[in-house]
Each structure stands twice: as structure tokens, then as C-alpha cells.
Design a protein around this ligand. Sequence first.
Ligand code: A3P
Length: 304
Amino acid sequence: MDFKSVMESLDPKFLKRLKTAEVEGVTLIKDTVEQWDAIWNFKARPDDLLICTYPKAGTTWIQEIVDMLQQGGDLQKCARAPIYERMPFIELCPPKPIRTGFEEAEAMPSPRTLKSHLPVHLLPPSFWEQNCKIIYVARNAKDNAVSYFHFHCMGKLMPEPGNWDEFLENFIAGKVAWGSWFDHVQHWWEAKDRHPILYLFYEDMKEDPAREIQKVAQFLGIELPEPLLNRIVQHTQFESMKANPMVNYTTMSPAFLDHDVSPFMRKGTVGNWKEHFTVAQSERLDDIYARELGNSSLNFRTQL
Ligand code: A3P
């Protein structure tokens, strides 16, 4: 049975918001924590490519860009399956009988492109041992938090978000799934000096997608003639992806993702946080940012 049929066979009554638990002080989904040994011992292969992000930083966007590059811009090949089937999400442990992300990955022939949201120190060590290439995308904390809040509202299995004010407090405290945004972006930033990691920013991708796609192609050693580049820019712009069922998550059961609450492809902009943050919340986040990341060479833009 494929993923969609399995999902449809599940009785929505039994699908409840998931709980969280911790691994080494990092908040994760409890079902992931229960499978932690298997995830930690995941066997990466040398030709694996890993796409890693803090949730809602533009994962799906970079995934489609990478697949377009890998498939030579062939739209039919990119439409072979929804994005979540093309690139297994290794630490995802959905309700049974759906296979876990690591089981999906194990069953996949090489070369594989995999997805993860894990912080650096929780990434299975085989990725470092095999010297796998990794693409990391970071997004400014304010837009990232707003996007994550809406995803909790529409993601019916995501942990209970509370209201926006409550969610923001949990986000700032790192008490949301996949832990502290501050630690995540900073530790991956430091890791890029020790490993083959391409570190990209959502805001740069919005500002000049062609420039950022060229960086990805160069990192992957893929030739990128101009017509191909133009095709990828066009196919991966927000409006195209919003209309594309192979990337917009409308193929998932509404019991999992309810697009009537908020579409997965929601705004796709830089600066939408201004419609959610109060002045006090914005100043508070700025203060915490300065304390946590003030000495880092990392630079985020909250508007273009
Ligand atoms: P918003 O909620 O701010 O709209 P992820 O894929 O990591 O879950 O991230 C989802 C976020 O990326 C959503 O942000 C979504 O709209 C945005 N996004 C997805 N594809 C995009 C694209 N092609 N261009 C710009 N933003 C995109």
C-alpha cells in the first residue's frame, strides 16, 4: 500500500496531537524519541545528500530545487511522487502501519536525498563518518516562528500549539519540536567549517533565486545551462509550488494536514511576522537574539 492509501485507511478518530519528549535536552516528537536507537544508528551512505533545516525554514522549496537539478529539469520525473516520498524524512515516525522515515530510506536505492530537522549533535554519526554532503537552509527567527505556529494549527498531529502568544514563548524557550531555533541555526553554522555543508538563507533565496540555485548546482557538481536555470527558477517560485500537488502537501489526508485551517504553502514571504508580532514581542525576540547570537558571524534579515 502506498503512503496515501495507508493514511486514508487510518481512522481519524484515533489520530491525536502528538506529545513531545527529550533527547539530550532537545525537545522532539515522542514517537521519534521512542525510536531513537534506530535513528541514531541509521546507516548513511557516502553518496547520500542530506537536506537539513529547522522546521518551516524552506525545506520543501530547497527539496524541489535539488530534485529539479538532479532530474535535469525534467518536470515529469519530478512529478513521479510527492516530495515526502521522493526524499525520506529520516526521523519521522508516523502512526503505524506507515513506515518510518528511516525505513523508507533503508529501502531506497542509492543515490538518495534525505531530509532531516535534527540539530547537529543529534544527527546520526554515520553522516559525518561517510562525509555526506549536506545542504542547510536557515530562515530568520520571526518568520520561522510564525510559519511554525501556523503549521502546528494545520498539522493535526503536531503537538498542541496553544495560542500565538503561548507558542512564541515556547519557541523562544526551545520547548517546541526540534528544539531551540537559536541553537539549531548557530550549531549548523559552526559545523559548516568542518564538513561539506552548503549553508543557505531563505531570505537570499527570495531575493535572488537564480543566484542561490547556482550555488546549489555548484555544490552538487551539476552543470547548469541558462535555460535549465530559468526553468528551475520558474518551477520553484512560490506560486508554482503552491499550485503543484507534488510539493504542496495536498496529497496528504486532511486528518494529518488541514489546508482549510492554513495552507501548507501559506505566504512564502519575508516579513510576514509583522502581521503577528506585537511591538513588545518583536523587541523581546531582538533582545534574546542579541544575547544568543550577538557574537556570531551569522546574519539574518527580517525584511528585504
Ligand atoms: P510560510 O508559512 O511563511 O508561508 P518547510 O518546507 O520547511 O515546511 O517550510 C514551509 C515554508 O516555506 C512556508 O512558509 C512556505 O510557504 C514556504 N515556502 C515553500 N515553498 C516556497 C517557495 N517556493 N518560495 C517561498 N516560500 C516557500
